[in-house]
Design a protein around this ligand. Structure first.
Ligand SMILES: [Zn+2]
Length: 274
């Protein structure tokens, strides 16, 4: 009986490693939001001291960080990605991405991809606006400066609306408005989108398909959700690629589990054991 249980456990572990992990041709895409230089880590905020440890780990273990354009070239021109590729993404475009993250990206030679909420970027023509309740967002010149070396940008709507709550016509207007605003501000952007709240109309198959067609019509070639899985390469669904949320409350070992692609399984076990 004991042998049977052990054998079953081994089979389950082997299947998990092959199917889900990043070990056999998976692309781990990590998702962050706010970066703090203080000690105020929370679900959406990772501190710079945590990041130093994480970036150091990625470098020491031989991971290569990739840009959105690398993944698109891999998808469309079959350009190979480095063997241990990892993608760093940040949502919303907080100002701390410039003040706290950018110096670390340069120090550790790490590439990052930031999904901007176009209407939140601070520019000379919107200085009159009230403070944003979500936090402080980057200035246009800061966004442009980062685009010169360590950062690429993608879309993340105009004012952080959920595409699951908008009609298709509203989504279409939002994409056009978002692209137009970024162009007006002179911020170079990749043909890539990250769904706000990770929502991609997953509960309505027809609307989801129609939205994908719409994204393609607007030349969006890659789009990200948050599912805490690692997708295998080549990507099967380029318009809802999995990302893993890296929480500031995770101990360091959990960050490693994120990179390996097993955080969802660990979180489930943890819930059961609690
Ligand atoms: Zn967001």
């Amino acid at each position: 009986m004991v042998y049977l249980v052990v054998a079953l456990l081994v089979v389950v572990i082997v299947v998990l490693v092959i199917k889900m992990g990043s070990f056999f041709g998976g692309l781990p895409v990590l998702n962050y939001h706010k970066i703090s230089s203080g000690n105020d880590a929370d679900f959406l905020t990772v501190t710079t001291s945590q990041l130093r440890e994480q970036f150091d780990y990625l470098n020491k273990k031989g991971y290569t960080t990739v840009f959105i354009s690398d993944v698109i070239a891999h998808l469309e021109q079959k350009k190979p990605l480095p063997r241990k590729s990892v993608m760093i993404t940040l949502d919303d475009g907080y100002r701390d991405n410039f003040t706290s993250l950018y110096p670390l990206l340069k120090a550790y030679n790490i590439k990052a991809n930031i999904f901007l909420v176009a209407g939140f970027i601070q520019s000379p023509d919107n200085r009159h606006m009230d403070p944003n309740p979500m936090g402080e967002f980057m200035h246009v010149d800061e966004a442009v400066a980062m685009s010169k070396d360590m950062v690429q940008y993608g879309l993340h709507t105009y004012s952080h609306q959920s595409y699951s709550k908008l009609s298709l016509a509203e989504i279409e207007t939002d994409i056009s408005k978002t692209k137009e605003r970024l162009k007006e501000l002179g911020i170079p952007v990749q043909p890539c989108h990250a769904y706000t709240f990770g929502a991609y109309n997953q509960k309505d198959e027809n609307k989801r398909q129609a939205m994908f067609e719409l994204l393609k019509r607007h030349d969006i070639r890659l789009a990200f959700r948050v599912s805490n899985w690692v997708d295998k390469l080549p990507l099967q669904h380029s318009l809802f690629v999995s990302r893993i949320h890296v929480s500031g409350v995770f101990p360091f070992w959990k960050f490693k589990v994120c990179v390996w692609g097993f955080i969802k399984v660990f979180n489930r076990f943890e819930k059961i054991l609690r």
